[in-house]
Design a protein around this ligand. Structure first.
Ligand code: GRF
Length: 209
Protein backbone atom coordinates (compact mmCIF):
# COMPACT_ATOMS: atom_id res chain seq x y z
CA UNK A 1 0.00 0.00 0.00
CA UNK A 2 2.62 2.62 1.02
CA UNK A 3 1.03 5.99 1.62
CA UNK A 4 -2.23 5.90 3.55
CA UNK A 5 -4.65 8.53 2.26
CA UNK A 6 -6.51 9.15 5.45
CA UNK A 7 -9.68 10.95 6.47
CA UNK A 8 -10.08 11.35 10.21
CA UNK A 9 -13.49 11.83 11.81
CA UNK A 10 -13.70 13.34 15.28
CA UNK A 11 -16.15 14.99 17.64
CA UNK A 12 -14.05 16.13 20.57
CA UNK A 13 -10.77 17.48 21.76
CA UNK A 14 -8.89 15.56 19.06
CA UNK A 15 -5.96 14.19 21.03
CA UNK A 16 -6.02 10.94 19.03
CA UNK A 17 -6.12 12.93 15.80
CA UNK A 18 -3.16 14.96 17.02
CA UNK A 19 -1.25 11.79 17.94
CA UNK A 20 -1.80 10.49 14.40
CA UNK A 21 -0.60 13.75 12.89
CA UNK A 22 2.48 13.62 15.12
CA UNK A 23 3.16 10.03 14.09
CA UNK A 24 2.90 11.16 10.47
CA UNK A 25 5.40 13.94 11.05
CA UNK A 26 7.98 11.76 12.79
CA UNK A 27 7.77 8.94 10.26
CA UNK A 28 5.93 6.30 12.31
CA UNK A 29 2.87 6.58 10.08
CA UNK A 30 3.13 7.01 6.33
CA UNK A 31 -0.07 8.97 5.85
CA UNK A 32 -1.45 11.88 3.96
CA UNK A 33 -4.10 13.60 6.04
CA UNK A 34 -6.61 14.23 3.27
CA UNK A 35 -9.49 15.50 5.39
CA UNK A 36 -10.79 15.98 8.90
CA UNK A 37 -14.55 15.72 9.36
CA UNK A 38 -16.02 16.92 12.63
CA UNK A 39 -19.59 16.48 13.78
CA UNK A 40 -19.77 19.82 15.63
CA UNK A 41 -17.93 23.11 15.28
CA UNK A 42 -16.55 23.48 18.81
CA UNK A 43 -13.98 20.71 18.68
CA UNK A 44 -10.29 20.87 19.45
CA UNK A 45 -9.75 18.65 16.43
CA UNK A 46 -10.56 21.60 14.13
CA UNK A 47 -7.82 23.72 15.70
CA UNK A 48 -5.33 20.88 15.30
CA UNK A 49 -6.25 20.55 11.61
CA UNK A 50 -5.82 24.25 11.07
CA UNK A 51 -2.46 24.30 12.88
CA UNK A 52 -1.21 21.59 10.53
CA UNK A 53 -2.83 22.82 7.32
CA UNK A 54 -5.13 19.81 7.09
CA UNK A 55 -8.40 20.42 5.20
CA UNK A 56 -11.37 20.21 7.56
CA UNK A 57 -15.12 20.42 7.39
CA UNK A 58 -17.94 20.28 9.90
CA UNK A 59 -20.84 18.10 8.81
CA UNK A 60 -23.93 18.21 11.00
CA UNK A 61 -27.06 16.32 10.12
CA UNK A 62 -29.12 19.29 11.41
CA UNK A 63 -27.59 21.62 8.82
CA UNK A 64 -29.06 19.57 5.99
CA UNK A 65 -32.63 19.39 4.79
CA UNK A 66 -32.75 15.62 4.96
CA UNK A 67 -30.65 12.58 5.67
CA UNK A 68 -29.94 11.96 1.98
CA UNK A 69 -28.41 15.42 1.55
CA UNK A 70 -26.25 14.91 4.64
CA UNK A 71 -24.98 11.54 3.44
CA UNK A 72 -24.35 12.88 -0.06
CA UNK A 73 -22.31 15.77 1.39
CA UNK A 74 -20.21 13.37 3.44
CA UNK A 75 -19.68 11.05 0.50
CA UNK A 76 -18.70 13.80 -1.90
CA UNK A 77 -16.32 15.40 0.62
CA UNK A 78 -14.62 12.05 1.14
CA UNK A 79 -14.38 11.32 -2.57
CA UNK A 80 -13.09 14.83 -3.35
CA UNK A 81 -10.43 14.49 -0.64
CA UNK A 82 -9.06 11.31 -2.21
CA UNK A 83 -9.18 9.54 1.16
CA UNK A 84 -9.03 5.76 0.91
CA UNK A 85 -9.02 4.92 4.61
CA UNK A 86 -11.10 6.40 7.43
CA UNK A 87 -10.03 6.70 11.07
CA UNK A 88 -12.72 7.36 13.66
CA UNK A 89 -10.89 9.17 16.42
CA UNK A 90 -13.57 9.94 18.95
CA UNK A 91 -16.33 10.35 16.35
CA UNK A 92 -19.54 10.31 18.37
CA UNK A 93 -21.99 9.77 15.52
CA UNK A 94 -22.91 6.60 13.74
CA UNK A 95 -21.46 6.61 10.22
CA UNK A 96 -24.12 6.35 7.50
CA UNK A 97 -24.36 2.78 6.16
CA UNK A 98 -23.69 4.14 2.66
CA UNK A 99 -20.27 5.39 3.82
CA UNK A 100 -19.56 2.17 5.70
CA UNK A 101 -20.20 0.10 2.62
CA UNK A 102 -18.24 2.44 0.33
CA UNK A 103 -15.17 2.08 2.60
CA UNK A 104 -15.82 -1.45 3.87
CA UNK A 105 -12.74 -2.96 5.50
CA UNK A 106 -10.99 0.42 5.45
CA UNK A 107 -12.64 2.16 8.42
CA UNK A 108 -10.93 1.93 11.81
CA UNK A 109 -12.31 2.98 15.18
CA UNK A 110 -10.48 3.39 18.45
CA UNK A 111 -12.30 2.45 21.64
CA UNK A 112 -11.03 3.14 25.18
CA UNK A 113 -11.77 -0.35 26.50
CA UNK A 114 -11.23 -4.00 25.76
CA UNK A 115 -14.00 -4.95 23.36
CA UNK A 116 -16.25 -6.85 23.13
CA UNK A 117 -16.77 -5.89 26.80
CA UNK A 118 -17.69 -2.33 27.69
CA UNK A 119 -18.77 -1.28 24.21
CA UNK A 120 -21.96 -0.41 22.38
CA UNK A 121 -24.34 2.52 22.42
CA UNK A 122 -23.80 4.82 25.38
CA UNK A 123 -20.43 3.25 26.19
CA UNK A 124 -18.09 6.13 25.53
CA UNK A 125 -15.60 8.20 27.48
CA UNK A 126 -16.06 8.23 31.24
CA UNK A 127 -18.90 5.67 31.03
CA UNK A 128 -16.49 3.00 29.79
CA UNK A 129 -13.96 3.62 32.55
CA UNK A 130 -16.60 3.80 35.28
CA UNK A 131 -18.12 0.51 34.10
CA UNK A 132 -14.68 -1.12 34.16
CA UNK A 133 -14.14 0.10 37.72
CA UNK A 134 -17.65 -0.93 38.81
CA UNK A 135 -17.03 -4.44 37.44
CA UNK A 136 -13.85 -4.71 39.50
CA UNK A 137 -11.70 -5.42 36.44
CA UNK A 138 -7.98 -5.58 37.05
CA UNK A 139 -7.08 -4.67 33.48
CA UNK A 140 -8.56 -2.33 30.91
CA UNK A 141 -7.13 -1.15 27.64
CA UNK A 142 -7.60 0.00 24.09
CA UNK A 143 -9.15 -1.64 21.07
CA UNK A 144 -8.73 -0.71 17.43
CA UNK A 145 -11.28 -2.44 15.26
CA UNK A 146 -12.74 -2.36 11.79
CA UNK A 147 -16.10 -0.64 11.67
CA UNK A 148 -19.33 -2.28 10.65
CA UNK A 149 -22.89 -1.09 11.08
CA UNK A 150 -23.08 -1.80 14.81
CA UNK A 151 -21.57 0.38 17.54
CA UNK A 152 -18.11 -0.81 18.64
CA UNK A 153 -18.51 -3.95 16.57
CA UNK A 154 -16.48 -5.37 13.72
CA UNK A 155 -13.25 -7.38 13.62
CA UNK A 156 -10.75 -6.44 16.31
CA UNK A 157 -7.41 -5.48 14.75
CA UNK A 158 -5.31 -4.83 17.84
CA UNK A 159 -5.62 -4.37 21.58
CA UNK A 160 -3.38 -3.16 24.36
CA UNK A 161 -3.86 -3.60 28.10
CA UNK A 162 -3.27 -1.25 30.99
CA UNK A 163 -3.58 -2.18 34.67
CA UNK A 164 -6.48 -0.95 36.77
CA UNK A 165 -4.96 0.26 40.03
CA UNK A 166 -6.69 0.07 43.43
CA UNK A 167 -7.00 3.84 43.84
CA UNK A 168 -8.12 4.57 40.26
CA UNK A 169 -11.13 6.68 39.46
CA UNK A 170 -12.58 7.08 35.97
CA UNK A 171 -10.29 10.03 35.33
CA UNK A 172 -7.00 8.40 36.28
CA UNK A 173 -7.91 5.24 34.39
CA UNK A 174 -8.95 7.29 31.34
CA UNK A 175 -5.59 9.06 31.34
CA UNK A 176 -3.68 5.76 31.48
CA UNK A 177 -5.79 4.32 28.67
CA UNK A 178 -5.51 7.47 26.55
CA UNK A 179 -1.72 7.29 26.62
CA UNK A 180 -1.93 3.82 25.06
CA UNK A 181 -4.56 4.98 22.57
CA UNK A 182 -2.14 7.55 21.24
CA UNK A 183 0.46 4.84 20.55
CA UNK A 184 -1.77 2.04 19.35
CA UNK A 185 -3.83 3.91 16.75
CA UNK A 186 -0.71 5.16 14.99
CA UNK A 187 0.89 1.72 15.19
CA UNK A 188 -2.14 0.04 13.65
CA UNK A 189 -2.56 2.59 10.87
CA UNK A 190 1.19 2.49 10.24
CA UNK A 191 0.91 -1.28 9.81
CA UNK A 192 -2.09 -0.82 7.51
CA UNK A 193 -0.01 1.58 5.40
CA UNK A 194 2.62 -1.15 5.16
CA UNK A 195 0.01 -3.57 3.87
CA UNK A 196 0.13 -5.70 7.03
CA UNK A 197 -3.61 -5.84 7.69
CA UNK A 198 -5.04 -9.32 7.15
CA UNK A 199 -8.76 -10.01 7.20
CA UNK A 200 -10.23 -13.45 6.81
CA UNK A 201 -13.49 -15.09 7.88
CA UNK A 202 -14.51 -12.17 10.06
CA UNK A 203 -11.15 -12.02 11.87
CA UNK A 204 -8.52 -9.31 11.47
CA UNK A 205 -4.87 -9.18 12.49
CA UNK A 206 -1.61 -7.49 11.60
CA UNK A 207 1.08 -9.65 10.08
CA UNK A 208 4.57 -9.19 11.49
CA UNK A 209 6.49 -8.58 8.23
C1 GRF B 1 -10.96 8.47 22.94
O1 GRF B 1 -10.94 7.96 24.24
C2 GRF B 1 -11.36 7.42 21.96
O2 GRF B 1 -10.97 6.14 22.31
C3 GRF B 1 -12.85 7.49 21.98
O3 GRF B 1 -13.13 8.87 22.12
C4 GRF B 1 -12.04 9.52 22.78
C5 GRF B 1 -11.62 10.66 21.92
O4 GRF B 1 -10.63 11.44 22.55
N1 GRF B 1 -13.45 6.86 20.84
P1 GRF B 1 -9.84 12.54 21.72
O5 GRF B 1 -10.87 13.48 21.14
O6 GRF B 1 -9.09 11.82 20.65
O7 GRF B 1 -8.95 13.21 22.68
Amino acid sequence: MGLLKLAVLASGRGSNFEALVRAGKDGRLNAQFALLIVSKPDTGALEIASAHGIPAICLRRGDFENRGAFVAAMQSALVASGAETLALAGYMKKLPPEVISAYAGRIFNIHPGLLPAFGGQGMFGRHVHQAVLDAGCKVSGVTVHLVDERYDHGPIVAQRCVPVLPDDDAQTLAARVLKEEHCLFAEVLGAVAQGRLCVDSGQAWLSSD
